[in-house]
Ligand binder design. Sequence first.
Ligand code: TYD
Length: 209
Amino acid sequence: MKGLFITLEGGDGAGKSTQIRNIERFFDEKGLVVMHTREPGGTPIGEKLRDILLDKNNAEMDDITEMLVYAASRAQHVRERILPALEEGKVVICDRFTDSSIAYQGYGRQLGEQVAEVNRRATGGLEPDITFWLDIDPYVGRERAGNEGELDRLETEEMDFHCRVRDGYRELTEKDPGRIKRIDASKTIDEMRDDIYACLEELCRSRGL
Ligand code: TYD
């Protein structure tokens, strides 16, 4: 694969959007072509699935259905947009990817190991080159996100759920410290940017970019 695949993860209110813009700027300045995308969504089919997933009126959605619909959105996204962009040598920056499903469905919904298995099928085994986990205390994150507008179906889950999600990210990071970098989201926006840029510089050096 010629391009670079970068994903951002984290709970609500961790400041992902701001750091995505910083990452875009980092690669723009290097003269690399960036494609910014998100999950669930990223394709016309994926955006329709996103509406279903986040709609608060879909309160009856079964946990297994939820896991499969996130994976379906991802399968389409990988094949329709992510792989072609990587083949063209682009830097793909994706707001959430498989780690979200493992954290939210695997740990949050407590569906366990099957989530990783389903997602291996969905992605064909594609993994990010680097993942930034913007780690925020769920109570602090809720406070920040709550100020930004209406909460979606996942965001309205109880705090226990969000604490399990955070435990999930923590375990993922411990298992794969080479790929997943924990960024302390209680720091200032500029401090977080500096921490992220240091990791990106190292990644670029290792790739000769
Ligand atoms: P989004 O508006 O993108 O949330 P955020 O601004 O926090 O990124 O909504 C995505 C929601 O879906 C978010 O609450 C996390 C959840 N989610 C999963 O539960 N599983 C997944 O695989 C993905 C990609 C997202």
